[in-house]
Design a protein around this ligand. Sequence first.
Ligand code: SF4
Length: 336
Amino acid sequence: MIERESVQVYVNGRPVLRRVQIEPTNRCNFTCGYCRRTHWARPEGDMRLERFREVLDRLPEVSHIHLQGVGEPLLNKDLPAMIRCSRLCGARVGTTTNASLLSMKKAMALLDSGINRINLSVDTLEATDFSRLRPGLSIKKVLANITELAELRYNGGYEDISLAFALVTVQPAIESLSSIIRLAAELGLDEVYLQNLNGSFLPAGYLDEESPGDNGYGYYREATQSAHALASRLGIRFLPPAMDIPDYSWRCRWPLHGCNVTWDGFVSPCCLQPDPDVLHFGNLFETDFEKIWSSPAYHHFRARVQADCEPLCAGCPDRYGQMWHPTANPFAELQP
Ligand code: SF4
């Protein structure tokens, strides 16, 4: 486990890559309104296994690899093989899925792959809200799949694989916090993880409709505090973004120790700015990673983020390091 505070960002004056998010596919079986891919026109595709191996060969040794991008990772049939390859590199490996395709066969393949963590993306348990947020997706089917996965993990002796509910901070998720934490405890999950939504690419008004709105910060703070108390009682880790940030002296750490690699090889700074048409620093299949990582463009971007004057980060919820600030969470750690 790597504590947030203990991460040494610079070694010999240069940033050190610790964690990489790699996109197995940018295809998805759903069109959630708050997802970036719903609102862009990028070409769709999967990273082929040989290309994935090439990415691993080209990257330096990292401690965490998360296999997720803007698509549904289970749509790539090679996901379990990618996990095995990543584990052979010595990294802790995780993925995030909407769980709609998590058949028993796929669940077993994931559990057998050597994966360390599976994030299950579920924002609410309320059927109407769920269908509105995720058109075409049934909460009943998703919960049946998650229940089966949890049982397989328990009965198969895979308890060292972390299972977490991953939520984004929309109003229905805040309202569902206590029921989701109770369900996590019932199913024997380890964690409920709440992540801020980057609304800067969403259609005008979308976030206003889905965010806590007039209830605002006080409501959010109260809801996350009582969720935290409930989770502690039930033995579930609850990881909300920092509640008392912004601390304007603290800046996003993503460009300093992490990066995002798209299915077609583009290196972008983070998972909150994953669109290579907006920003990328090079393509791993064409340029040596070290050249990309230490390029003047990357260096200047990091400097602008640290100086709080990067326009692309202006609307980002992690601008002041909400996910990485030492006080962001009592259980703070770098998650795969
Ligand atoms: S502030 Fe947001 S968009 Fe900017 S580098 Fe950090 S996570 Fe990415």
